[in-house]
Ligand binder design. Structure first.
Ligand SMILES: O=P(O)(O)OC[C@H]1O[C@](O)(CO)[C@@H](O)[C@@H]1O
Length: 452
């Protein structure tokens, strides 16, 4: 049974019945580029078979490390940014109680997983240090390069705190480094210090790495079942290995978003009706944005959380600039349902809903929004998911990964590089006075003074 299903039935007003079929030749070519490695960025396709072909010895070590962290830590600080952060973050939110962070530790039955090194906010780090207080904690530092500024600074701070609390030897037992197998600053430091290390595989880019140790260790430490996560992804790997558009829903999604893009729908909103899926969209935004936004083209990935944002962005979506398309990730079976109680009076006007459950109302809201936005000129696609469990999440992750890769090839770009992210880094290093970046620093300071 499919745990994820793609619904394009609301697109009739925007896409002619023939148009999907007309994409088949291009999709077949994109599939060949991806599967045979004839497309650009071929060295970064190892995520394709990660769910079925992963390092079993490392997987067992991940589970062992997670068990140790659960045993000796109240808090796990996960340090990383971009692809070294978003996958684990969205999975922890998706797979747990919405108020996971505030839950009583006895109910949570696993350490609190906090994420650092994903911004340069000093208050954020200060507040986290205060929250940890005297609690026992461990650190999982995740960085392929080991030189990314945000995680490097956070790691230096939390490493020092571990050493202050547990001594050099004690800290060594509480640092887990997920990084390159052979190279890089973090790998060198980890080997010298004797920390346990996990590998970010060479052929797996950051935004495609959630099903490697990058995501698996924090997800396992949070108490989630990574065997089921991989099983769901493996099923999707099997189900989506088919270039035939009529049989491959991930490819249908890729094709439809490209058909719509070519008609001027250049911004895609990933939407949910469940607050604990907010970070799912953040993960998807990196996956889609870093993969597709290059060569002065690409769909701009954005997001909205419903029904919340219907009361803020709803006006724009209904009547603003007509360049928007929407993809809803709709949960079909909530983890828990809540009944709308009977009341003595009808002052709130809700008598017509009493006895109904909230999820029924949520689904009616979704149906109403699809109809309204379609009328307003916004094409809506829906990815239905059965439930919020590990198996379904693994399946969903793979659905988006393979769809975005195909989508990138359909749009004629290399979906696996990200040359554009270096520009700000070079400027920042210049302004920070990093050795080797003096020239750009001088030039920028001169320009800034001239503009002052
Ligand atoms: O794992 P690293 O090397 O710290 O990189 C983190 C992130 O930074 C980027 O390179 C972009 O800045 C992303 O592609 C990547 O996911």
């Amino acid at each position: 049974m499919a745990h994820v299903s793609f619904d394009s039935s609301a697109l009739k007003k925007f896409v002619h019945a023939n148009e999907l079929g007309e994409m088949q030749a291009m999709v077949t070519a994109a599939d060949e580029e991806l599967r045979k490695g004839t497309g650009a960025g071929a060295d970064f396709r190892d995520w394709l078979h990660l769910p079925s072909d992963y390092d079993k010895e490392e997987f067992a070590r991940i589970k062992k490390a997670a068990a140790k962290i659960k045993e000796d830590s109240d808090v796990l600080v996960v340090i990383g940014i971009g692809g070294s952060y978003l996958g684990a973050r969205m999975a922890v939110d998706f797979l747990h109680n919405t108020f996971y962070q505030a839950q009583d530790p006895a109910d949570r039955k696993a350490p609190l997983v906090l994420f650092a090194g994903n911004s340069l906010s000093s208050s954020y780090v200060y507040d986290m240090i205060k929250l940890i207080g005297d609690k026992d904690f461990s650190v999982n530092v995740i960085s392929k390069s080991g030189t990314t500024t945000e995680p490097s600074i956070a790691f230096r701070i939390f490493k020092q705190r571990l050493i202050d609390k547990y001594g050099e030897e004690g800290a060594k037992e509480r640092i887990y480094a997920t990084t390159d197998a052979k190279r890089g600053a973090l790998k060198t430091e980890a080997d010298a210090a004797g920390w346990e290390t996990f590998v970010i595989p060479d052929g797996v880019g950051g935004r495609y790495s959630v099903l490697s140790a990058v995501g698996l260790l924090p997800i396992a430490a949070s108490g989630a079942d990574i065997d089921q996560l991989m099983a769901g992804a493996a099923q999707a790997e099997h189900d989506y290995d088919n270039p035939d558009l009529s049989k491959n829903e991930a490819y249908q999604y890729a094709a439809y978003r490209n058909i719509l893009y070519r008609k001027g729908f250049t911004t895609e909103l990933l939407e949910n009706y469940e607050p604990n899926m907010t970070m799912l969209a953040e993960w998807w935004k990196q996956l889609a944005g870093e993969s597709e936004g290059k060569d002065q083209k690409g769909i701009y990935p954005s997001s909205a959380n419903f029904t919340t944002d219907l009361h803020s962005l709803g006006q724009y979506i209904q009547e603003g600039l007509r360049n928007l398309m929407e993809t809803v990730v709709k949960l079909d079976t909530p983890n828990h349902n809540v009944n709308i109680p009977e009341a003595d009076s009808n002052l709130d006007g809700l008598e017509y809903l009493q006895g109904k459950d909230m999820d029924w109302v949520n689904t009616k809201a979704y149906q109403a929004v699809v109809a309204a936005h379609t009328t307003g000129g916004v094409p809506v696609m829906t990815v239905h998911i059965d439930r919020e469990d590990e198996y379904t999440l693994g399946y969903l992750i793979y659905f988006f990964e393979v769809a975005i890769a195909i989508s990138g090839y359909l749009n004629g770009i290399n979906p696996f590089n990200q040359p554009g992210v270096e520009a700000y880094k070079t400027n920042m290093f210049g302004l920070l006075g990093k050795p080797g970046f003096e020239k750009i620093g001088d030039q920028l300071r001169k320009e800034m003074n001239e503009n002052a």
